[in-house]
Design a protein around this ligand. Structure first.
Ligand SMILES: [Zn+2]
Ligand SMILES: [Zn+2]
Length: 605
């Protein structure tokens, strides 16, 4: 079956190769052309979204001008090369003008600069999320999250939906997302029988966390006119019960779209608010820069115009770096976009290729078969294709960003990068390996030699660690997951990411996960404790080194004179709290370019 699916590969549509197994269990935003299907269900007007005035009217950030201020009585962790500390920092025109002790910084600042007493709180550089998916999150963000991290059982998720159903208007759709049977205990799929218990009068629709599956109730099927007689598209069929009646399970983008397109309340305003939510949510967890890893998958090249309008209007309260998705290569080439295009707010910094699937979906490409299986996963791009694509893009000046989860996919990526190195094309560094989940010593050796940089989806350890060990790889191979410690010892620069919507953006949570290596389902046990790293290293991975990985360390990532005034105030020092409390530290304020863009609502001053 896997062979058959591989042979249907179409480089323009990476989703065509997804296995049924992956669909069932894997959240995988990297390869989602489902977003295109989803967008077709929304009435979205690009001319509005590319108009700065449209965004200006919705601006959520009260502060539009950078402050001229001196922050004193703080503990400033500068994250400079020597991890030095200071007590004060002066900012002006969006940049840092002095860092040091209170007296020195006050003397260096303008006489009329505003004095802000930080009352001993911690100042860190704004966090940098090096791998997330902006438009995908914006598109589905406003649906109710009933995923495992909020509702560990299917029953609790359904009961949340029931509560929602009590408060909706007649005809209103109840829309939800993130259902993940690989982590939520209970039924494997949500049939109409389950969802009819939520409501029989209102349509109910739920996305699987992978977005490759949808589930709906009888009312939704009825509105969509889907019955026993509706024919199946073999590539995207309806689930059916024994007598052929659709059971509410929708397999693939087309079946999903045939239902959700009847929800006509989704429109430009939803997407706009979704975009602003992404910024708000990022600021609330201390992020001042994020990097979109797969630009174009939702709105094509238009995405760049939308980002531009957002930034111009002042509504974009985090900087954006982006890697163009290889799936839209021709469109981007026609538009003539080049590495480095943009400015300090928005900039093109990479070329993204997805070379395999995901390990928890059994589609990451492995050297050896999965546990209790003959199967080695899926190459979305085979080794020779990958080499060709890497050489082609490198010759055009692009730094490469290749998604590789399985160890064989990482071998293929290293071979391709090495070919570029041999051809003198490994330029505009750093080049990245995304997720880089299963890593052997020989691969770490090669990464070091070629000066490459991995970014780890550290939630793999925390959320899926137990499944990786017991179901997917077995004890020995699970030890090779997310090897931050080994990379650190080797002097390789690495980062951490959320891959939101795979896991939610949360740098402090990522830091805690990497430092503790504890597992969600077995809180007292660690996965591969040798891979633990220090709090300082984990912070560096989400600030200075993430800035470097996003080709921006000349302007952000540490608090030194001349860089942008992107910083956060924390109520406690992550180095001084018990490891398991790091994720609970409060972000009190977030500042971007000298503007305060977030204040914690319950702890403000
Ligand atoms: Zn990925
Ligand atoms: Zn991704």
């Amino acid at each position: 079956m896997f062979e058959e699916q591989k042979s249907q590969f179409d480089p323009g549509d990476p989703c065509t190769t997804l296995s049924v197994r992956q669909h069932e269990v894997s959240p995988c935003a990297c390869c989602s052309s489902v977003f295109a299907d989803l967008m077709q269900t929304m009435e979205v007007l690009d001319e509005k979204l590319t108009d700065p005035d449209f965004w200006r009217k919705r601006n959520r950030c009260k502060e539009q001008a950078p402050r001229n201020a001196v922050l004193i009585n703080a503990k400033v962790l500068t994250m400079d090369e020597s991890f030095s500390e200071a007590s004060a920092m002066a900012i002006k025109d969006g940049k840092i003008v002095a860092v040091g002790d209170d007296a020195m910084v006050r003397a260096a600042a303008d006489a009329d600069a505003e004095i802000i007493d930080c009352q001993g709180k911690i100042i860190l550089p704004g966090f940098i999320e090096p791998h997330m998916h902006f438009f995908p999150i914006a598109t589905i963000g406003r649906f109710e999250d009933i995923g495992p991290f909020r509702y560990p059982t299917v029953e609790s998720a359904l009961s949340r939906l029931k509560t929602l159903a009590e408060n909706v208007e007649a005809d209103e759709w109840i829309m939800a997302r993130q259902f993940d049977p690989s982590l939520q205990e209970g039924v494997e799929e949500l049939t109409r029988a389950e969802l009819d218990k939520v409501s029989t009068s209102n349509p109910v629709f739920v996305y699987n966390a992978s977005l490759h599956f949808g589930y709906c109730n009888s009312k939704a099927l009825e509105i969509a006119g889907i019955s026993k007689d509706t024919p199946d598209d073999p590539a995207s069929p309806y689930g059916r019960d024994e007598d052929g009646v659709p059971n509410g399970v929708l397999k693939g983008g087309k079946a999903i779209a045939s239902v959700v397109r009847h929800n006509t309340s989704r429109n430009t305003d939803d997407l706009a608010e979704g975009c602003l939510d992404v910024c708000t949510r990022a600021n609330a967890v201390g992020i001042t820069t994020f990097c979109d890893q797969g630009t174009g998958l939702v709105r094509g090249v238009k995405e760049l115009d939308i980002y531009r309008a957002l930034a111009e209007s002042g509504s974009m309260t985090a900087r954006l770096r982006y890697s163009l998705s290889y799936a839209l290569q021709d469109e981007f080439d026609r538009a003539g976009i080049a590495y480095g295009d943009g400015d300090e707010m928005i900039r093109a910094t990479g070329w993204k290729i997805v070379s395999d699937g995901s390990n928890q979906g059994y589609s990451g490409l492995q050297r050896e078969p999965y546990l209790h299986s003959e199967d080695k996963g899926i190459a979305y791009v085979d080794a020779s294709q990958l080499k060709e694509m890497v050489l082609d893009r490198a010759a055009r000046g692009w730094p490469l960003v290749v998604h590789a989860n399985g160890d064989q996919a990482i071998d293929n990526t290293l071979d391709a990068y090495e070919a570029a190195f041999d051809a003198g094309l490994l330029t505009n560094t750093p080049w990245r390996i995304e997720h880089c989940s299963i890593l052997h010593d020989d691969q770490i050796e090669r990464i070091s030699k070629l000066n490459l940089s991995p970014s780890f989806l550290i939630g793999h350890v925390y959320y899926w660690g137990q499944a990786m060990r017991d179901k997917i790889f077995g004890d020995a191979k699970a030890e090779l997951l997310d090897r931050t410690g080994a990379c650190e010892r080797k002097g390789i620069r690495w980062t951490l990411h959320s891959d939101d919507p795979v896991t939610e953006m949360g740098p402090l949570r990522c830091i805690e996960n990497a430092v503790s290596r504890r597992m969600w389902k077995e809180p007292d046990r660690q996965l591969a404790p040798d891979e633990c790293i220090s709090v300082e290293s984990a912070i560096r991975a989400m600030t200075r080194d993430a800035a470097w990985q996003c080709h921006s360390d000349h302007e952000i990532g540490s608090l030194v004179t001349g860089k942008y005034a992107d910083f956060i105030l924390l109520d406690r020092d992550p180095r001084k709290v018990p490891v398991t409390e790091i994720s609970q530290i409060k972000v009190l304020q977030t500042w971007m370019g000298g503007r305060k863009v977030y204040t914690c609502p319950e702890c403000l001053s």
